[in-house]
Write a protein that binds this ligand. Structure first.
Ligand code: PAN
Ligand code: ZN
Length: 198
């Protein structure tokens, strides 16, 4: 009998995230050191407390070559400086592994970056939106709204998560709150503009 017959049907919470009976990981502000572009705003926020930024409940029913894993992510609304709350972001350790994201609640986007070319895209993620993340593409979720962003991610069981490359060089682009909504900016230019602020 294939693995996972006791977890064929799962119940998730579309408002708060989470999957009944599934393990969940939490990422707090202190876990995201180095992820935000505005280091001064990050330290100032951390001095005020260590809020929950996101959680992910995962179901790993099988781990054979054709199996899938999935997770429900819940990313809180908020900002560090002008930058929206975000996930750490990663590449899949097995680079060819793609992923499908399905928006459930809230307003957000996926920041995608091609590992080879550095080409970046910001693709909206919310209810009724599906995003395909190709292989060899770094991906990070941002919450651009004012309520929790809840989404489902489905990926090959063999994908694995490689956080090291992102932890070392971060994404080339940042997603900041502009006057008319989210704006994708070059990280270096954004950081330089912070240095120039009065
Ligand atoms: C997602 C992510 C989730 C949390 O399930 O794991 O959004 O982001 P980080 O893993 O970057 O902290 C996924 O892409 N899985 O492969
Ligand atoms: Zn992924």
């Amino acid at each position: 009998m294939p693995t996972g017959w006791d977890t064929l049907g799962q119940r998730f919470d579309p408002l708060l995230g989470g999957i009944t009976g599934a393990p969940s990981i939490e990422r707090r502000l202190r876990d995201l050191r180095g992820a935000f572009a505005d280091a001064a705003a990050y330290e100032a926020a951390l001095a005020q407390g260590d809020p929950l930024i996101y959680s992910v409940a995962s179901v790993e029913a099988g781990s054979g070559p054709g199996d899938l894993h999935y997770g429900v992510g819940t990313l809180m609304p908020g900002r560090i400086g002008a930058e929206y709350y975000l996930t750490k972001g990663h590449l899949h350790a097995w680079r060819p592994a793609a992923e499908v994201y399905i928006g459930i609640r809230g307003e957000g986007a996926l920041l995608l970056e091609d590992e080879q070319t550095g080409e970046s895209r910001l693709v909206p993620l919310g209810p009724h939106q599906v995003v395909y993340v190709p292989g060899s593409t770094a991906h990070r979720t941002v919450n651009t709204g004012d309520e929790p962003l809840v989404y489902l991610g489905i990926y090959p069981a063999a994908a694995g998560h490689d956080y090291a490359a992102i932890a070392e060089r971060n994404f080339r682009c940042v997603v900041i709150a502009g006057a008319d909504g989210p704006v994708l900016c070059d990280r270096q230019s954004f950081v330089a503009s912070l240095g120039a602020r009065p």
